[in-house]
Write a protein that binds this ligand. Structure first.
Ligand code: ADE
Length: 242
C-alpha cells in the first residue's frame, strides 16, 4: 500500500514514521509512506496555502488549488482504482475499526491534513472521497488524526503485525473484539509500592489468584467475566481486586 500525506507540517511525522512498527513495515516494503509539503504545489512566490473566508469571519482557510494539484499528481503516480482520498477534519464522520478494515484493502490512501480554522469546503465536496474525524473534540489540525488512522489501518495489513493478532481482529465485529479484551497482568505477583498512593489504601497490589492457578478452564471463565464494558469494569474491579 502507498500512503501519501499532504500537510503544511511534514516534520510532525518524522518520529512517528521512523520509530514505530511502521518503520519496519516500510523496510519490509509492506507499506510506502510519504509526506508531502502542501507548499510544493503553490504557484506564487510566497507559497500561499491559505486565505480569508468569503463572507467574513475569524481565521484563514486552506485554499483549494494547491490541494487539488497535490491530490491529482499523487493519484497519477499510483494509477490504481483502489485509491481513497481522505480529508481529516473535526466535522467528518467518526472513524471506526470498520473503516480501518475497509481502507486496509486499498492500494493507495491520500490524507489531506486540514489546518488553521478550516479548509475550503470544495475540498470535501469535489476532491476528498471521505471526510473523517477521529473523535468528538477539536485538534489544531489533521496531522495527529491522520497518524491515528494510518496506525489503525497499517496494523491490519498482512505481515505488518507479527503473530496472528491482525487476523484475529478480522474475524470479530468491533464490539466483539473489544469484549475479547480482558485485563492482563505480568510479574511481580505482588507489588508493594514504597510510597503511599493517593488513589488507594491498598498496600499490596496483587495479581488475581486464579491467573496463577494453572487451571485453564477457570482462567477462561475469569477472563470471560472480566471482559466487561468500561462502565461496568470499574465496579467489577472494586469487588474483585480489593
Ligand atoms: N482536525 C481537527 N480536529 C480533528 C478531529 N477530531 N479529527 C480529525 N481531524 C481533526
Amino acid at each position: 500500500m502507498k500512503i501519501d500525506i499532504i500537510t503544511i507540517f511534514p516534520n510532525l511525522f518524522s518520529g512517528f514514521l521512523s520509530e514505530s512498527l511502521l518503520a519496519r513495515a516500510q523496510k519490509k516494503k509492506l507499506i510506502t509512506i510519504k509526506t508531502h509539503d502542501l507548499r510544493k504545489w503553490t504557484t506564487d512566490n510566497h507559497k500561499t496555502v491559505d486565505d480569508r473566508p468569503y463572507g467574513g469571519g475569524a481565521g484563514m482557510l486552506l485554499k483549494i488549488e494547491p490541494i487539488f494539484r497535490a491530490v491529482e499528481s499523487l493519484k497519477f503516480k499510483v494509477k490504481s482504482k483502489k485509491t481513497r482520498t481522505i480529508l481529516l477534519s473535526a466535522k467528518g464522520k467518526t472513524f471506526t475499526q470498520k473503516d480501518a478494515r475497509r481502507l486496509s484493502k486499498c492500494d493507495q490512501l491520500i490524507f489531506i491534513c486540514g489546518r488553521y480554522e478550516g479548509v475550503d469546503e470544495r475540498v470535501a465536496e469535489y476532491v476528498a472521497d471521505e471526510e473523517v474525524s477521529i473523535g468528538n473534540y477539536v485538534l489544531f489540525g489533521g496531522e495527529v488524526a491522520s497518524m491515528v488512522v494510518i496506525e489503525a489501518v497499517s496494523r491490519l495489513i498482512p505481515r505488518v503485525v507479527q503473530k496472528e493478532e491482525s487476523i484475529k481482529n478480522e474475524s470479530f465485529s468491533d464490539k466483539e473484539a473489544k469484549e475479547k479484551e480482558h485485563p492482563q497482568y505480568t510479574r511481580p505477583e505482588v507489588f508493594e509500592p514504597k510510597v503511599k498512593s493517593l488513589k488507594t489504601k491498598a498496600r499490596k497490589w496483587k495479581v488475581p489468584k486464579v491467573l496463577l492457578s494453572g487451571n485453564h478452564k477457570k482462567i477462561a471463565a475469569w477472563r470471560n467475566q472480566a471482559s466487561l464494558a468500561p462502565k461496568r469494569r470499574e465496579e467489577w474491579r472494586r469487588r474483585n481486586t480489593e
